[in-house]
Write a new protein. Structure first.
Length: 91
């Protein structure tokens, strides 16, 4: 019984972690960014993000990923306009 309870609790915790968006900021374009669950941001991956200033979901390819304390810096190419962008995401 304890194993079942533990397993269910663990699944609920993992599920709630997955449903949250990953928030960040693009200082060069002065806009908030949201990366939704299911979008992988490893180097070379293509993912979707929401750009608040454009009110659009856009696609990008990750060029570089760096970790600084509680910030993850993503250097990306915005595939909609081929612009390089740097996103600072809260870790």
């Amino acid at each position: 019984m304890k194993k079942i309870f533990l397993l269910i609790s663990l699944q609920l915790i993992l599920f709630t972690l997955d449903i949250k968006a990953w928030s960040g900021y693009d200082h060069n374009n002065d806009t908030l960014i949201e990366i939704y669950p299911g979008n992988y941001t490893n180097e070379g991956e293509i993912f979707e993000f929401y750009d608040e200033s454009l009110n659009q979901i856009r696609q990008a390819r990750v060029i570089e990923r760096n970790y600084f304390s509680n910030i993850v810096e993503l250097k990306i190419i915005d595939l909609e306009n081929n612009q390089e962008r740097i996103l600072e995401m809260q870790n």
